[in-house]
Design a binder for this molecule. Structure first.
Ligand code: ASP
Ligand code: MG
Length: 448
């Protein structure tokens, strides 16, 4: 077994073209501890594949297949092993074409099969790019041989025990001499059907690989140099964060920072694997370490903004000194598969936030039927166009005197629903969408 095992993940922009891939290959070459390389589809390809699934006209689909073919063959034209790479790409794209032309109905299973080609293509090319630098040590691995999942197409759940067993057989015995190149995002059910882990799921895949091979470090190479104190597009002098704890990072990804897929932290925490986030464009710049314990534990480390929140308030005098109301409320929400983020209650009312972004697969995030059901036992109010702002840090539930300055600095801004105390790592509240950026700017200025 090697001394240190690192799993490195490169995102879509890091796979964008030959130049980008070459930069990533150099990052891999510079450190022989990197043993498992997980890649995303080349940037934009997953979106193209989703379009294919959504289209009905064959010629239109065919056009996009050809675009995908050209895009990948173009990268092959720069390669030393160009002929081999080209053959592999032609083979994969022909397979994709066959699937697309078979005019099967666009079931979730079919969609996952089509979407999987993005990562299959990028990883195939990247293996050859890496071979230019480290030779035959670079070996392509089908992630589906490792990442076993359930049948929940589009956001499949991994089977962690089976994944570990698969890695034990297929990866661990070869770690000394091999650098595996594999795919993020995709998996396979027990019965052999291809699945995907959800948009942006390559980070999660990489974390699952890291867990399965008992990695010391999980590296996420992306197009930003680090995790920032807030979105630099909103606050120009947002600062890179050097170190952040697992708990804080988990809150940050849940509350809207787009750097990591929210599930990524889960395997890392389970096995206490340190996570590094860095830029594949400027790998020499310091990135962010995410670890169990950080040296400093500031009360406010970062501020995140999540747009498109809906506030659902239910009100009923029946709640007063009664039991079962909350159970009844959540039963209705659960029956309609409505995902709730934050909850606050008073004696006679309950406010909940719903993430409007959650309805990505076209599912109505708050169906009329659910509202009508609620109306049979309480009054219902729905407010939209709100943004959720979260202050992320440490001991926020005990840092006395913090909420005073926070809310007084928001003079003149209508603050809705405040959640404070449930987590020691965040304090969050809702504001009107059109004031949200100003709020983030004010808070960043004042507290970071
Ligand atoms: N290619 C997939 C997506 O675009 C997965 C990923 O990049 O993480 O969502
Ligand atoms: Mg990503």
């Amino acid at each position: 077994m090697p001394d240190l095992i690192k799993v490195a993940k490169f995102g879509g922009t890091s796979m964008a073209d030959y130049e980008a891939m070459k930069r990533c290959a150099n990052i891999v070459k510079s450190d022989s501890d990197k043993k498992v390389i997980v890649v995303s589809a080349t940037s934009g390809t997953t979106n193209l594949l989703i379009t294919i699934v959504s289209l009905t006209e064959l010629p239109e689909k065919e056009k996009i297949v050809e675009r995908i073919r050209e895009k990948h063959l173009e990268i092959c034209s720069h390669l030393v092993y160009g002929d081999q790479a080209r053959q592999k790409i032609e083979h994969l794209v022909n397979e994709l074409e066959e699937k697309v032309l078979s005019s099967k109905p666009a079931t979730p299973q079919y969609s996952d099969e089509v979407l999987s080609f993005g990562e299959l293509l990028s990883s195939s090319i990247f293996t050859y790019v890496l071979r230019e630098l480290i030779g035959d040590r670079a070996e392509w691995l089908d992630a589906r041989d490792i990442i076993q999942t359930d049948h929940n197409h589009g956001s499949a759940e991994p089977d962690v025990d089976q994944i570990e067993k698969n890695a034990e057989n297929r990866i661990l015995p070869h770690l000394q001499e091999t650098c595996f190149v594999t795919q993020g995002f995709i998996g396979r059910t027990r019965s052999g059907v291809t699945t995907t882990l959800g948009r942006g799921g390559s980070d999660y895949s990489a974390a699952l690989f890291a867990e399965a091979v008992n990695a010391d470090v999980l590296e996420i190479w992306t197009d930003v140099t680090a995790v920032y104190t807030t979105d630099p597009r909103i606050v120009k002098n947002a600062k890179p964060i050097t170190e952040i704890s697992f708990d804080e990072a988990a809150e940050l990804s849940v509350f809207g920072a787009k750097v990591l897929h929210p599930a990524t932290m889960v395997p890392a925490i389970r096995k206490n694997i340190r996570v590094y986030v860095g830029s594949s464009i400027e790998p020499h710049l310091p990135g962010t370490w995410i670890m169990k314990n950080t040296k400093e534990k500031p009360p406010i480390r970062a501020i995140s903004l999540r747009r498109n929140q809906t506030l659902l308030t239910v009100h009923s005098l029946d709640m007063l000194h009664r039991h079962g109301f909350l159970a009844q409320l959540f039963q209705v929400l659960s029956n309609h598969k409505i995902s709730v983020d934050l909850v606050t209650t008073s004696e006679v009312s309950v406010s909940l936030t719903l993430d409007t972004n959650a309805g990505t697969s076209g599912i109505d995030f708050l169906p009329k039927k659910a509202i009508n059901e609620l109306k049979t036992f309480c009054e219902v109010e729905v407010e939209q166009n709100l943004s959720l702002i979260a202050l992320i840090g440490n001991n926020l539930h005990t840092t006395s005197g913090l909420s005073g300055p926070v809310f007084s600095s928001l003079d003149g801004i209508n603050v809705r629903l405040i959640c404070h105390g449930a987590s020691s790592h965040n304090l969050c509240f809702l504001v009107d969408q059109d004031r949200a950026e100003v709020v983030v700017q004010k808070l960043h200025e004042r507290f970071i």
